[in-house]
Design a protein around this ligand. Structure first.
Ligand SMILES: Nc1ncnc2c1ncn2[C@@H]1O[C@H](COP(=O)(O)OP(=O)(O)OP(=O)(O)O)[C@@H](O)[C@H]1O
Ligand SMILES: [Mg+2]
Length: 267
């Protein structure tokens, strides 16, 4: 997708990556999102938090229209990514998902080699024969270095990715997005399958990546939201209750529902 200059009505100096206006979403007759209006800033980490079933995953998945794979979804309202309405008739879903990549709760590498996982997206977006081996090798080394997997996998790139540890698999799932140069990376509870050490290392990696990519992450872990994100959005029953800097939201919440949630009184 190309960037548009009529990007946002954000204050000067604040560039907006994802903007929604009056977004409603239904699965069949069931309404999961109500009147969602938000601006997600470019180049920061924003966490979506809130009790189970409040619509975090649904909202996250609407940013690259991957929701449409999960049943009878109807959406009204507006979503723009870098100034481009993602429901415009000229939007290619494949280009949108290249530009807005996604990491899921359970690491889901393809049952092929580590090397082929990293270049899979790149190859599928390039005309056949368009990328030669040395070029692909360069992408693999670069992407694996970005996620700190290069040293541990460089001698076994032809091994099946499914043989890696869960932490390594999740890092690989992040790595395979990077050669596509996404504008935004969506992460749905990216650490929930990992142990404490894995969580710490993947959080650190996410912090590093935000220098180059806008990250929107769903998390149930309040400690993680506090440690890893710059801004937080608290959702409840399909609505945005509060969107603020992480510090404000945790230490000076404006809404009673936010305060009750972060105090652990529900959810
Ligand atoms: N494919 C679907 N078809 C019908 N209803 C769905 C579908 N996916 C989600 N829902 C419903 O939409 C609401 C929001 O679900 P969603 O998965 O977005 O919540 P969530 O905040 O991510 O929850 P959790 O924290 O448990 O992951 C829930 O009531 C859920 O049952
Ligand atoms: Mg969810």
């Amino acid at each position: 997708m190309t960037e548009s200059s009529e990007n946002t009505d954000a204050p000067a100096g604040r560039e907006i990556s994802i903007r929604t206006r009056g977004l409603d979403l239904k699965y069949g007759d069931f309404q999961a999102l109500f009147d969602v209006t938000l601006d997600i800033e470019k180049g920061i980490i924003t966490s979506l938090i809130g009790p189970s079933g409040c619509g975090k995953t649904t909202l996250l998945r609407s940013f690259n229209r991957i929701n449409e794979r999960y049943g009878n979804v109807t959406t009204t309202g507006e979503i723009t990514v870098l100034g481009k309405n993602i429901y415009d008739s000229d939007v290619s879903l494949s280009e949108l998902r290249k530009s807005v990549g996604m990491v899921f709760q359970r690491p889901n590498p393809l049952p092929i080699s580590i090397y082929e996982n990293v270049v899979f997206g790149l190859k599928s977006h390039t005309p056949r024969g368009g990328l030669k081996k040395p070029e692909l090798d360069g992408h693999v080394e670069w992407a694996l270095k970005q996620v700190h997997l290069w040293e541990s996998t460089r001698d076994r790139l032809e091994d099946k990715a499914t043989g890696l540890t869960l932490e390594q698999q999740q890092k690989l799932c992040i790595a395979r997005l990077l050669p596509l140069k996404p504008q935004v990376i969506l992460m749905d509870e990216p650490c929930s399958a990992l142990d404490a050490d894995g969580i710490a290392r993947v959080e650190e990696l996410i912090r590093e990546l935000r220098k180059e990519f806008t990250i929107v992450m769903v998390t149930h872990n309040m400690g993680q939201a506090k440690r890893a994100s710059d801004e937080c959005i608290f959702m409840y029953l399909g609505r945005i209750v509060e969107h603020a800097s992480t510090h404000e939201l945790f230490f000076n919440p404006k809404e009673n529902e936010t305060a009750m949630y972060i105090e652990g009184r529900y959810g």
